[in-house]
Design a protein around this ligand. Structure first.
Ligand SMILES: Nc1ncnc2c1ncn2[C@@H]1O[C@H](COP(=O)(O)OP(=O)(O)OP(=O)(O)O)[C@@H](O)[C@H]1O
Ligand SMILES: [Mg+2]
Length: 472
């Protein structure tokens, strides 16, 4: 690499990471360092203050170290860039960075370029990879979930499942689980992009984002020249085709979190809002198209595209998450009476979010005495904190009127109830009753218990919420 290429490379990296190009002092540091000058010499040659040049140099190497995940210093930066094999690889960091630096790309703060070991060991060149985890949570402490992590591993790496959905109640730990999987498997994918649909975008805008940040220009340079247009001006179909070509070319992992927000309120679960209807085509296309990538959908409610109707033929699977059965989870939350922690976990069915908020209330009101809190609760019913109430309110506002009727009736039963017993209590047609009950299961608000008969019950926290907050 010559000095100009190195300057371009460093400028591209810095621009990607900070949104700013190299300033004159930084350029002087890079150029002078390439030529073997000391900081004193760089300062003298450019009429700059010596201390300032040293400071700017130190900050620059630190930034490059963070971006490249390597310990970059003035003394080793040239050899490190050479080792990264920047010049010879067609998919090199240099190519990626130079192309990306021409984009108006604002996703770069957490974007990292990593050197992952190529699967083919004969090919000893480094592969560049693109990770955009801007919208993913940072995990500081993670407990348990070994079985679930193994399942996701198995779906992705052994069974070649293309579309995985991770489903369950709000706060049960879906986002955390998937992020943990991503953290453990960063090197297995060339592209990883995490998108939250908390404030959903139309599919068209989502595709723009995915195409922009997946460096589509590299792959489509030829076709773009041919048509003389940018990817953002293409039709939805063209964009989908481009994306699936990338999915075929590179091993990508795309995570869409909070998918429930593209579904309607007041209808059965998994009914797309009109403006997001074409997400259905996208999800279907993931299964129908040949590619080597994986998409994980995280949602509080199921839709038909997340279900597999024939397991033998299936390229789709879902992981329905239940609670976290781990007393260590309550450590460091200021709670006493460790012997009672398991009872508290059982009361809240291991929902980590519920447990966090109740632990906080127990700390504030009972000075952390869990046994005292439980003893006062004679009927062994979960107490609904205002944070829990706020989440369940959002959930209950999504219910259709048929579901609301079923929920209100179910909440009157102290024990699980059979389908026949429940139906007698309701003035609903068989179709509405069955569809409503099924939809509530697909929102994880009703559970089915297999005993001598099949019985149904509301999940306890939701039952308490309905009894306390929804009865007239
Ligand atoms: N395995 C875990 N280890 C440690 N903490 C966890 C774990 N799972 C969840 N948590 C804690 O519980 C909180 C809720 O988890 P998370 O955000 O993953 O829930 P969720 O199912 O995605 O909820 P929502 O559907 O509302 O987005 C997290 O912020 C985290 O503090
Ligand atoms: Mg979540």
């Amino acid at each position: 690499m010559n000095v100009t290429e190195i300057l371009q490379f460093v400028d591209g990296l810095v621009y990607q990471h900070t949104g700013k190009h190299l300033d004159n002092v930084q350029k002087a540091v890079v150029k002078g360092s390439c030529e073997g000058d000391t900081y004193n010499e760089i300062a003298e040659n450019n009429h700059l203050n010596k201390t300032h040049v040293g400071d700017v140099g130190g900050d620059l190497w630190k930034l490059l170290s963070e971006i490249l995940n390597e310990n970059i210093k003035k003394s080793n930066f040239l050899s490190t860039f050479e080792r990264l094999n920047l010049e010879s690889s067609p998919n090199s960091l240099l190519n990626n960075v130079m192309i990306n630096s021409n984009n108006n790309n604002n996703f770069c703060h957490t974007q990292t370029f990593r050197n992952s070991q190529p699967e083919n060991q004969e090919n000893n060149k480094t592969k560049s990879s693109y990770h955009d985890l801007t919208f993913a949570p940072k995990i500081l402490k993670f407990y348990n979930r070994e079985t679930e992590l193994k399942k996701i591993n198995n779906y992705i790496f052994n069974q070649k499942i293309k579309l995985i959905s991770v489903l369950g109640l709000s706060g049960i730990g879906k986002t955390y689980l998937v992020k943990r999987f991503v953290d453990l498997n960063l090197d297995q994918f060339e592209v990883i992009i995490w998108k939250s649909l908390n404030f959903p975008k139309t599919l068209d805008l989502l595709l723009n984002d995915l195409l922009k940040i997946s460096n589509v220009e590299t792959l489509y340079a030829t076709s773009l020249h041919q048509y003389n247009e940018t990817p953002l001006q293409k039709s939805l179909d063209d964009k989908l085709n481009q994306l699936f070509a990338i999915f075929k070319e590179k091993r990508c992992l795309i995570i869409l979190d909070d998918v429930q927000n593209i579904f309607m309120k007041g209808e059965f679960s998994g009914e797309y809002k009109p403006e997001y209807q074409n997400y259905q085509n996208f999800f279907t296309k993931i299964l129908e198209t040949e590619h080597q990538s994986n998409i994980i959908l995280i949602s509080q409610e199921e839709c038909a595209e997340m279900r597999c109707f024939n397991e033998d033929l299936c390229l789709i699977n879902c992981l329905k998450l239940s609670g976290l059965n781990e007393v260590q989870f309550l450590k460091n939350m200021g709670l006493k009476d460790e012997d009672s922690w398991l009872n508290l976990i059982n009361l809240y069915e291991g929902n980590p979010f519920y447990l966090q908020t109740i632990a906080n209330s127990i700390k504030n009101i009972y000075d952390g005495n869990v046994a005292e809190f439980l003893a006062e609760n004679k009927h062994n019913l979960p107490l609904i904190t205002k944070d829990i109430q706020a989440r369940l309110q959002i959930l209950s506002k999504k219910l259709s009127s048929i579901e609301q009727q079923i929920v209100l009736k179910l909440s009157n039963f102290n024990q699980p109830v059979s389908r026949e017993e429940l139906k007698i209590e309701l003035d609903l047609s068989s179709t509405d009753f069955i569809n409503g009950l099924e939809s509530l299961q697909q929102r994880y608000l009703v559970t089915k218990i297999k005993e001598a008969k099949i019985l149904f019950k509301l999940v306890p926290v939701f039952q308490e919420y309905v009894r306390n907050c929804c009865q007239n």
